[in-house]
Design a binder for this molecule. Structure first.
Ligand SMILES: [Ca+2]
Ligand SMILES: [Ca+2]
Length: 264
């Protein structure tokens, strides 16, 4: 290869490197830390700043946000900026672990309508009275996994009972579960301080046959599980459910033709 061609090749390699290499610009935002996802984690922003104590006066780095004054309005802006839906939690005390770099913002005061965390008021870049044990975090709605629904059995004999469990990731505990049929008016509601609840349907009849789903309600938003089918059978072949002691009684009652009454 001629010298001129070599130089041209080197130039092209340099241009390609500059185009594809990651070089975060000032104002970027990300969620990091232990257990973080794209839409939940420790809030970190990428900023350029001057350091007059150093010969190299201009720095750029990722840094954290202090939890002083950190609230849902601030989290709302972060979630909006990241296209992650609404804010479910504004977390403090390094919930997602402690960052290691500069503490960028303190006393963040967003109105909630800003499009970027950069637009919110704060004490001034890198001006703070915090430590990394106060790192702020957010949980945005897009991270809320669908609640899951599980049936003790997909099939239950008329007159018996069935246990249905609704659950959601432990991070989102403290909401309300609603068990409902996808058609009809059947609906039961249970608030939960943990991440799951059990609904017991007693004395099941044929109106209970159908598709069920769990809804999870958190900060007025509702999230649906996929539906599952519960079949109510006439046979007394107990494949699931509970209420074994009632089996004989139910058998007698069933012979007398069951009434189709919704008893729940
Ligand atoms: Ca402070
Ligand atoms: Ca605030």
């Amino acid at each position: 290869m001629e010298g001129r061609e070599k130089r041209a090749l080197h130039f092209l390699i340099l241009v390609a490197y500059l185009v594809v290499s990651p070089s975060p610009s000032a104002g970027l935002l990300r969620l990091a830390g232990s257990g973080s996802t794209r839409c939940s984690g420790r809030v970190e922003i990428y900023k350029s700043y001057y350091n007059y104590n150093s010969y190299s006066y201009r720095y750029s780095s990722w840094g954290t946000v202090c939890d002083d004054g950190w609230d849902l309005k601030d989290a709302e802006v972060v979630c909006r900026e990241l296209n992650c839906g609404i804010a479910l939690e504004a977390l403090g005390s390094a919930y997602f672990g402690q960052g290691t770099e500069t503490i960028m913002l303190d006393d963040v005061d967003c109105s909630g309508s800003e499009t970027s965390l950069n637009d919110c008021r704060h004490r001034g870049l890198r001006t703070h009275d915090c430590s990394h044990s106060e790192d702020a975090g957010v949980v945005c709605s897009e991270t809320l996994p669908q609640p899951t629904i599980s049936l003790y059995s997909n099939e239950v004999t008329w007159g018996q009972g069935i246990r249905i469990t609704c659950s959601v990731s432990y991070k989102f505990s403290g909401g309300t579960f609603i068990l409902q049929k996808t058609s009809g008016s059947f609906s039961q509601t249970k608030p939960s301080s943990t991440s799951s609840v059990i609904f017991n349907l007693h004395n099941v009849n044929f109106d209970h046959d159908g598709l069920y789903q769990c809804q999870y309600m958190k900060t007025s938003q509702r999230f649906n599980s996929s539906p599952v089918r519960l079949s109510v059978t006439e046979h007394n072949q107990r494949r699931g459910g509970y209420g074994q002691r009632e089996t004989q009684t139910n058998k007698k009652r069933f012979k007398q033709k069951p009434e189709r009454i919704l008893t729940v």
